[in-house]
Design a binder for this molecule. Structure first.
Ligand SMILES: C[S@@+](CC[C@H](N)C(=O)[O-])C[C@H]1O[C@@H](n2cnc3c(N)ncnc32)[C@H](O)[C@@H]1O
Length: 271
């Protein structure tokens, strides 16, 4: 079996948490919800697959007396976790999600957030997740942050799209395809997943972001879709985005108010 291609986050580990900010109170709410749905109070194991900088695994391990395991292909991303206050019940390992280094049926819950669009053979990841989840009771959480995109980032991507500079998504084309794949009876050992969506008003927030910070993140190419754009094309796009920012916001100290929400899709395979 070939492991397939994936995109490396090694180079952007230091910037990652600045691009994806969820307020702590909301993270606590999300972790409570994961814990409740996966019944972690009963002591089951929980896997954050593609743990990154531990945005979810760290507060989960902090709040719940259960064993949390985080795996990721990029050690530099996981190294950021050690800078956070994390209790001993969070264990980390480098591994490829396409070949999970665990036995069958060991996890009460598995979390995937912003992962499947990055991995060419994303259905393989779902097959592996299904394999390591406890039969019938195990639950997959697909978390998605919706909205919250800066007008400057939208402008940069739109210009890149017009010039055909944006690569096709390496992995899953979109959430709709993932949910439809999960619902196919033939895809996972003959049982289709029961998929539920938790789109809760209380999992919404606003963020005030200075335009200087967004321009800085763009200039450092923190977002994975930008990595395939050549240096010269990136510099042109950046210059145009700066002009757009001056025209639109007028003041260099302007801020944007970005509205986001966190939506959780759950899947259980119940024969
Ligand atoms: C966009 S980040 C999301 C991190 C985290 N789930 C979050 O929401 O903050 C994607 C993560 O997936 C990891 N990743 C990508 N392909 C992977 C693979 N094949 N196996 C394991 N991790 C992978 C990257 O290294 C990166 O840390």
């Amino acid at each position: 079996m070939t492991p397939g291609r994936y995109q490396s986050f090694e180079a952007v580990a230091g910037d990652y948490d600045l691009t994806r900010v969820i307020p702590n109170a909301l993270l606590a709410e999300i972790t409570r919800l994961l814990s409740r749905e996966a019944k972690l109070a009963q002591g089951g194991l929980f896997l954050d697959a593609g743990v990154g900088t531990g945005r979810f695994a760290a507060p989960l391990a902090d709040a719940h007396p259960t064993q949390i395991i985080g795996i990721d292909i990029a050690p530099a991303m996981m190294a950021r976790i050690h800078r956070k206050s994390v209790p001993g019940r969070l264990s980390l390992a480098q591994a490829d999600l396409q070949r999970l280094p665990f036995g069958d049926g060991v996890f009460a819950g598995v979390l995937l957030v912003h992962i499947l669009h990055l991995i060419e053979q994303w259905p393989l990841v779902l097959t592996e997740v299904r394999r390591v989840l406890a039969p019938e009771t195990g639950i997959l959480f697909l978390g998605v942050e919706m909205g919250g995109r800066s007008a400057l980032i939208d402008f940069y991507y739109e210009q890149a799209r017009i010039r055909a500079l944006l690569p096709r998504s390496l992995g899953a084309p979109g959430l709709a395809q993932v949910l439809s794949y999960l619902s196919r009876p033939e895809c996972e050992g003959g049982t289709k997943a029961q998929v539920t969506t938790l789109d809760l008003p209380r999992l919404a927030w606003r963020r005030v972001v200075p335009i200087t910070r967004t321009l800085e993140a763009l200039s450092r190419r923190t977002y994975s879709q930008m990595w395939a754009i050549s240096d010269a094309a990136h510099q042109d796009l950046l210059a145009e985005t700066r002009t757009f920012a001056r025209r639109t916001f007028r003041r260099p100290d302007a801020v944007e108010v970005l509205k986001s929400r966190f939506v959780i899709h759950t899947a259980r395979w119940i024969p």
